[in-house]
Design a protein around this ligand. Structure first.
Ligand code: GLY
Length: 403
C-alpha cells in the first residue's frame, strides 16, 4: 500500500475504530536470523486505531548506510505496511547499526578503554509484553536483533558479555573479530594519546588488580577514570567527536495504526568506558520503557543519570498519571538535575555537566523531544503521515553542559 493510500485508509479506519493490518509472512527455514526469528513470532495483537507516529534520536534520520531509507523511514514503512511494529523498529535501527559512519552504535561505534567495541541494546514489545536486552556484546553488528532474540526465544530479559556473544553465535549471527572501523580505531588512539600516562591503567595492570604502586589501586582507578573522561570530553571540545556520539545511542519509539507501542534502544555506550561498563541502554526502565496502555520513552545521553533515576519508566508513569509527553519528560529532567549534586558531575554553573535527551510518545500519538540542554542545533527525529523530519528539542536548561 502506498503511504498516501495508507493515510487515507488510516483516517477512515480511525473514524470507525478499526484499521485492517496485513501480516507479513516469515519463513522458518530462512537463512537470515532476523527472518527466522520473525517466523517464531505469535500473530500480531491489535487494539484500536490511532495515528501512527515514530520519534527517535537524530541518527535515526541522518544515517542511511548508503541505502534509500533512514531508520525512522524504514520503520514507518514497515508499520504502515502491516509488519509487526517491533520487527519494523528493529529493521529500522539495523540501518545505522550497520553504517560505518555512525560512531555511537553498532559497527564503527567508538570502543571502550581497551579499544574493543562493546554494544548494548534493549527493546520492548507493548502488546505482547515482551522485553529483551544485551549488554557488553562484542563482535555482532546488530545488538538490537540479539536483544529481540532474547525477548522472543527465552524468558530472560538480559544476557551480557561472553554469554550474549555465545547466544548470538548459537543463533547463526555472524561474529566479527573487531567492530572498529579505521576511523573509530584512529579516534581511540588519539584518546589514548591524550590520557596522562601517569593515570593510565593498562589492561594487564587492571587484571592483576594491584596497579603500578600496589596499595594505591583504588586511587589509581579513580584517577584513571577521571582522566579517561576528561580526555574524551577534550576530544568533543576539539570537534573530533560529535557530542551526540560520545554517549551516542539510537532510540526509536513507535505507535502503530492499531495504537500498539514498541521501542528499541541500541548503542556502543559511553566512548572509552571501562571494559564491561553497561549504561542505561540495555536496562529496561532506564534507557527505554514501553507500556502499551500508556506510551513509550527512550533516551540518549549520560546513561548513569538514567540508571540512577530510572528515567524512562518514570516518564511513562508520569504519563499514566495524566501528564503530556512533554511535561512528563520535563518532570524527569528536573529530577535528574536535582539529583546531580556531585561537583565532578556539574559544570561551572553548578548544573549537570552532561546532556540527556528523551523521545516520548503516548498512545494517542502525541509526542515530544526534550533535553537537559536545548540549542538551536539540537533536534530529534519524527515520522508520521507528513513524512520524516527533524524537529527542535526543547531544553530544560539554557546554554551548554560544558559552560
Ligand atoms: N546512553 C548511552 C550510554 O550512556 O551508554
Amino acid at each position: 500500500m502506498k503511504r498516501r493510500d495508507f493515510v487515507k485508509t488510516a483516517a477512515a479506519g480511525a473514524a470507525v475504530g478499526s484499521v485492517p493490518v496485513l501480516a507479513r509472512p516469515a519463513r522458518a527455514d530462512a537463512t537470515d536470523p532476523a527472518t527466522r526469528l520473525a517466523a517464531t513470532a505469535a500473530p500480531a495483537i491489535h487494539t484500536r486505531a490511532t495515528r501512527p507516529v515514530l520519534v527517535a534520536d537524530v541518527s535515526s534520520i541522518r544515517f542511511r548506510n548508503g541505502g534509500p531509507e533512514s531508520a525512522i523511514e524504514r520503520a514507518f514503512r514497515g508499520i504502515t505496511e502491516g509488519e509487526d511494529i517491533l520487527d519494523a523498529c528493529v529493521a529500522g535501527v539495523n540501518i545505522p547499526e550497520h553504517d560505518p559512519e555512525e560512531r555511537g552504535i553498532g559497527y564503527g561505534g567508538l570502543p571502550n578503554a581497551d579499544g574493543v567495541v562493546q554494544l548494548d541494546s534493549c527493546l520492548m514489545h507493548g502488546p505482547r509484553k515482551w522485553a529483551g536486552g544485551v549488554a557488553g556484546l562484542e563482535g555482532v553488528k546488530t545488538p538490537s536483533l540479539v536483544a529481540k532474540a532474547v525477548a522472543e526465544l527465552t524468558d530472560h530479559h538480559l544476557i551480557v558479555g561472553q554469554g550474549a556473544q555465545e547466544f548470538a553465535r548459537a543463533l547463526g549471527f555472524e561474529i566479527h573479530d573487531d567492530l572498529n572501523t579505521e576511523a573509530s580505531r584512529a579516534l581511540w588512539l588519539e584518546w589514548r594519546r591524550r590520557v596522562d600516562p601517569d593515570h593510565w591503567l593498562d589492561p594487564e595492570e587492571r587484571l592483576r588488580g594491584t596497579g603500578r604502586t600496589g596499595q594505591d589501586a583504588p586511587a589509581r582507578m579513580r584517577r584513571f577514570h577521571d582522566a579517561a573522561l576528561a580526555a574524551g570530553l577534550s576530544m568533543v571540545d576539539d570537534g573530533l567527536i560529535d557530542p551526540d556520539s560520545f554517549w551516542g545511542t539510537t532510540s526509536l519509539e513507535a505507535v502503530s495504526p492499531d495504537g500498539d507501542i514498541c521501542g528499541v534502544t541500541t548503542t556502543s555506550g559511553l566512548s572509552w568506558k571501562i571494559p564491561g561498563r553497561a549504561g542505561d541502554s540495555p536496562i529496561l526502565g532506564a534507557g527505554q520503557y514501553v507500556d502499551n496502555d500508556v506510551g513509550a520513552a527512550g533516551s540518549t545521553g549520560r546513561g548513569e543519570a538514567n540508571l540512577y533515576n530510572l528515567s524512562c519508566a518514570m516518564i511513562v508513569e508520569f504519563m499514566r498519571q495524566g501528564m503530556s509527553p512533554r511535561d512528563a519528560g520535563m518532570a524527569v529532567l528536573r529530577r535528574v538535575r536535582d539529583n546531580t549534586v556531585e561537583a565532578r558531575l556539574q559544570n561551572s554553573r553548578g548544573l549537570p555537566g552532561f546532556d540527556l535527551r528523551f523521545f516520548i510518545l503516548n498512545k494517542a500519538g502525541d509526542y515530544a523531544g526534550v533535553a537537559m540542554y536545548g540549542s538551536a542545533e539540537s533536534a530529534f527525529a519524527v515520522c508520521d503521515e507528513n513524512g520524516a523530519r527533524e524537529e527542535p528539542l526543547e531544553g530544560l536548561l539554557e546554554g551548554s553542559p560544558r559552560d
